[in-house]
Write a protein that binds this ligand. Structure first.
Ligand code: SAH
Ligand code: MG
Length: 937
């Protein structure tokens, strides 16, 4: 059981995370002070002092030579003040009880009153009180104010953590055993036996603040009866009155010492807690307390009093009516701290507990965003990562941290097929399995799979998810699996009334094994307290996590589209940026008009279910700069109220029966799915890699020693070629994009200079800025020319011009040209838009794969272009491709023409009259002889 104690800083981190702010200050100390014997050491020595700010208090350390020591010292001071134990060795219940008695007695020491412990605030009020209760404080505030006390209670009985009533009974026992503390016959007032120091009244006087002001604070009432709505109420605090009295009054309890207090809900610095009256059975019969919790009868009675909504929210057992209010004494100030708790705060807390709610909250888009159902890439994922979300969910439901385990394996050729299919289903959706989209598979692909296990605090397994999906990267596998669990949980929370027997089956569909007993134990309170279905006012198309069956069918809504078609539209995988506003309207009543949510810029990835169905459906019909409006039925009431913020009170009083939501949206920007992204998703290895492999094969076959890459872009081909052993000695690239060329130069330069692999035979490399529709004599007569995925970026006549120029003037021995096969697009699109059936595909022409494409050719168009060029310039041409298969319809995903120069003896290699023209600008050159002199620009 003995674990090594955590370092103080680690412990503070565990408790406060990023809320703990350390600041190091340098303090100069002169050497002669510290080492008087050393006359030579005249240099002042640096020491460091650490200031630590926590939500609850700020401390500073003594100066230390090492920053780290200063930080630990500050952490230790903070821990002592907060009563957090640094030693992990758990005390026995008896030891804990002894310590608890000591701790409570310590609060009654005279010097305690002048400390800034929150409990001191209660004493100050007690010593100002005239009459019967002079010097008395309510026992329940002790646990709420002192972390050490609650930790000790937990050590005595672990269940005390989740049950304030039990914690109180433990305290009662300790108080009764204490020789110096008394407890009242009625209620739970405690005070010190004997007389207090004479200094107390004057001390209290000194600390007393003069202002007697009434502060009105918004709070939230949780009625015990589930049929009564949660409502807001206003409390009034003043300096002349003990704040607990005001709460007691609102709860209709005569004695404020009978008010029990929950742990802090939400942010640690919020002081937001639930207050409720101690169950009647408990109050007077304090002698029979030990029997109380073992008595069946009292347990049944308690059960009836359980306030399920409040309990679910706080994770503790709360009984009877409860008030959630932000008030109390803090470490930071001796004044009473209080702040409003709006009804929307409650709905946000509630939303935050749902598996998908935290995502919506952090994206500040409760009505727009949905937790995506697919994880594609880190860069496309917006908002908090799935793994983080799952951890938060577990923490909020008081479960252990999820345990991830990943496996790596090499797919053989057969399993690669499986790997590829599951990859598709992960990202987009299924293409019929017999459609062999993936033609050339690499022999072995290493891939990752991830499993996750979620256990209760005690370590009993609750659910296990073994995800079939394979990922190229380990971190993606973890994110993907975490998302899968979250998606499943989201679905589950939307149908809490699911019979237990369906639970297993329901998990199976997601490859999730559920341990029903443990699962229900953990979610039991949540289950019975929240029937989210009931919160729904209108019928809404069921939120389905299954992209393929409902995403578009149910989303058939009418959008009013505004503005001219700009031709730039999103496609699956695009990351788009929109602005939107959601307004609550009433069918007949014009006065109902509340803006619930609005965002100027909201980014998300299309095709992953990252927003509500209707919104995604609408965005699919817009082009950039167009706007639209559409209506949807009301979603869950708690969503509306969480989104509403300030006007929640008004809205909560409205009958929402004939209301609906109006969304106004505008498409601001589309970041195209890089073709590569789609290709990566659908093909392994990615098409770009397959194209490189294809080129390498032709290079080595033809023993080419020089290569020019027409439209080299940022040099992906040239760069990858350097990773292969080839016959090449000279390489060159041309492009019109200066920016891409500069990137290419950087990459190639560093690779060639480090000279690690097979690129040692490369003796010359150069990059040129220029259009490949112009001839430059420096690139004449190269052995091989490549032009991969470039021609479709030019107008068709330019593409033809390039064909003419390259074969008539550059005259490479071999020319490889690749371009997308237009006929293949439906497969790419169908796999991303599964519900669009074929008839629709034919009716609406397929979109190009990239909005920068000026055209995309069918196989026939491409072959016509290539055949006539070849014939004209004495080349023979062969057609091939990558991705899919050439033998079955609709051919390869990317079509390739390989031109070979006919070696007709009569035709001598000659340059035309343009032989000296050099329109290209060389922007970088490298030669193995003088690699450092040759770089220009
Ligand atoms: N071949 C690269 C880049 C393809 S993207 C690859 O496979 O990764 C198309 C490239 O063609 C862009 O870098 C673009 O700048 C370039 N390009 C378009 N028109 C061009 C022209 N007329 N001359 C030279 N390059 C051109
Ligand atoms: Mg392209």
């Amino acid at each position: 059981m003995m674990r090594p104690a955590l370092a103080p800083k680690a412990l503070i981190h565990q408790k406060f995370g990023s809320q703990a702010q350390y600041r190091i200050e340098e303090v100069l100390q002169h050497a002669e002070n510290s080492c008087p014997g050393l006359a030579i050491a005249q240099q002042p020595r640096s020491l460091y002092k650490c200031y630590l700010d926590l939500p609850e208090l700020s401390v500073s350390s003594d100066p230390f030579p090492r920053k780290k020591d200063a930080e630990h010292a500050a952490s230790k001071i903070a821990m002592e003040m907060l009563g957090i134990e640094s030693k992990v060795n758990n005390p026995t219940p008896q030891e804990a009880l002894d310590e608890l008695i000591l701790r409570i007695s310590y609060f009654f020491a005279d010097e305690f009153l002048s400390s800034n412990h929150p409990l001191a605030g209660h004493f100050k009020v007690a010593f100002k009180r005239i009459g019967g209760r002079f010097g008395m404080i309510p026992l329940p505030v002790v646990t709420a104010c002192d972390a050490k006390v609650s930790n000790l209670c937990k050590a005595i009985n672990p269940k005390a953590e989740s049950d304030p009533v039990l914690a109180l009974s433990i305290l009662l026992k300790a108080v009764r055993m204490s020789a110096s503390i008394c407890i009242s016959d009625v209620g739970f007032w405690i005070w010190k036996l004997g007389t207090h120091s004479a200094a107390i009244p004057s001390l209290v006087e000194k600390l007393d603040s003069a202002s007697v002001e009434n502060i009105h604070v918004e709070a939230v009432l949780f009625p015990l009866l589930p049929e009564r709505d949660v409502e807001s109420l206003t409390l009034c605090f003043s300096d002349s009155q003990y704040y607990m009295d005001e709460i007691a009054q609102k709860l209709n309890v005569k004695d404020s010492s009978c008010i029990l207090i929950s742990r802090i809900i939400g942010k640690a610095s919020s002081e937001m807690r639930l207050y409720f009256s101690a169950p009647k059975l408990l109050s007077c019969s304090s002698d029979s307390l030990d029997n109380f919790f073992s008595s069946k009868e009292s347990n049944i009675n308690l059960e009836k009093m359980l306030n399920r909504r409040a309990s679910y929210l706080s994770g503790q057992n709360i009984y009877g009516d409860a008030i959630m209010v932000q008030v109390g004494y803090t470490w930071k100030s001796s004044d009473l701290f209080c702040d409003d708790v709006f009804l929307s705060s409650y709905y946000r807390l509630l939303l935050g507990k749902l598996p998908n709610g935290h995502y919506k909250l952090l994206r500040e888009a409760m009505l727009g965003a949905e937790l995506p159902t697919a994880y594609t890439t880190r860069s496309n994922w917006k908002g908090p990562a799935p793994k983080t979300l799952l951890s938060v969910f577990c923490r909020q439901h008081r479960l252990s941290e999820p345990i991830f385990s990943t496996r790596t394996f090499d797919c053989t050729e057969t399993s690669a097929e499986i790997c590829y299919v599951s990859k598709k289903s992960k990202l987009l959706s299924l293409v019929d399995e017999d459609e062999n989209v993936n033609g050339e598979l690499e022999k072995s692909i290493s891939a990752f799979r991830c499993e996750v296990k979620i256990c209760s605090k005690k370590g009993d397994p609750i659910i296990e998810c073994s995800c079939d999906d394979t990922y190229r990267k380990e971190c993606d596998a973890i994110q993907g699996t975490a998302l899968k669990v979250l998606s499943w949980l989201t679905r589950y929370f939307e149908q809490l009334d699911m019979p237990v027997k369906n639970l297993l089956e329901f998990g199976l569909a997601y490859n999730i094994s559920v341990y029903p007993q443990a699962f229900l134990n953990e979610f039991a309170i949540g289950l019975s307290s929240y029937d989210f279905q009931k919160e729904k006012r209108c019928t809404l198309s069921p939120i389905s996590m299954n992209l393929s069956n409902s995403k578009y069918e149910n989303g058939m809504i009418h959008c009013n589209i505004d503005g001219p078609d700009s031709g730039v539209y999103p496609s699956p995988g695009s990351v788009i940026c929109i602005s939107y506003a959601v307004v609550l309207l009433h069918k007949d009543d014009d006065t109902v008009n509340e803006i619930l949510e609005s965002k100027d810029e909201f980014e998300f990835e299309m095709g992953t279910g990252a927003v509500i169905n209707e919104l995604e459906f609408c965005m699919n019909q817009l082009t950039v700069n167009q706007s639209a409006q559409f209506h949807v039925d009301l979603p869950f009431k708690h969503l509306i109220l969480a989104a509403a913020g300030e006007p929640t009170k008004r809205i909560s009083q409205l009958s929402l029966d004939d209301c609906f939501l109006e969304y106004s949206v505008k498409l601001l920007q589309v970041t195209e799915p890089l073709e590569e992204r789609i290709e990566q998703a659908l093909f392994s290895p990615p098409l770009s890699k397959q194209r490189v492999e294809f080129a390498v094969k032709r290079i080595n076959e033809s023993h080419a020693s020089s290569l020019v890459d027409f439209g080299c872009g940022s040099g992906s081909l040239l760069n990858l070629l350097l990773d292969h052993t080839t016959t090449l000695g000279t390489i060159a690239g041309v492009d019109i994009s200066r920016r891409s060329l500069i990137r290419a130069a950087k990459v190639l330069h560093s690779k060639l200079s480090t000279n690690t692999k097979g690129q040692d035979i490369i003796s010359c490399a150069a990059l040129y800025d220029g259009s490949i529709t112009k001839f430059d004599s420096r690139l004449f007569g190269f052995d091989i020319g490549t032009c991969l995925e470039v021609i479709e970026h030019m107008e068709e006549d330019e593409a033809c011009l390039f064909g003419e120029i390259v074969l008539s003037l550059f005259r490479p021995k071999v020319l490889i040209v690749s371009t997308p096969n237009y006929e293949y697009n439906p497969i790419l699109q169908r796999s991303s838009f599964p519900s669009q059936d074929n008839s629709e595909d034919k009716a609406t022409p397929s979109k190009f794969r990239n909005h920068d494409h000026k055209f995309e050719w069918t196989r026939q168009q491409f072959q016509q272009w290539a055949n006539s060029l070849a014939a004209k310039h004495h080349y023979i041409v062969e057609f091939s491709g990558v991705g899919g298969s050439g033998d079955s319809e609709p051919g390869f995903a990317s079509q390739i023409a390989v031109f070979r120069r006919n070696s007709i003896p009569s035709e001598k290699l000659r340059m035309s009259n343009q032989e000296t023209s050099q329109p290209y600008e060389m922007i970088w050159e490298w030669s193995s002889q003088s690699p450092f002199l040759s770089e220009s620009n």
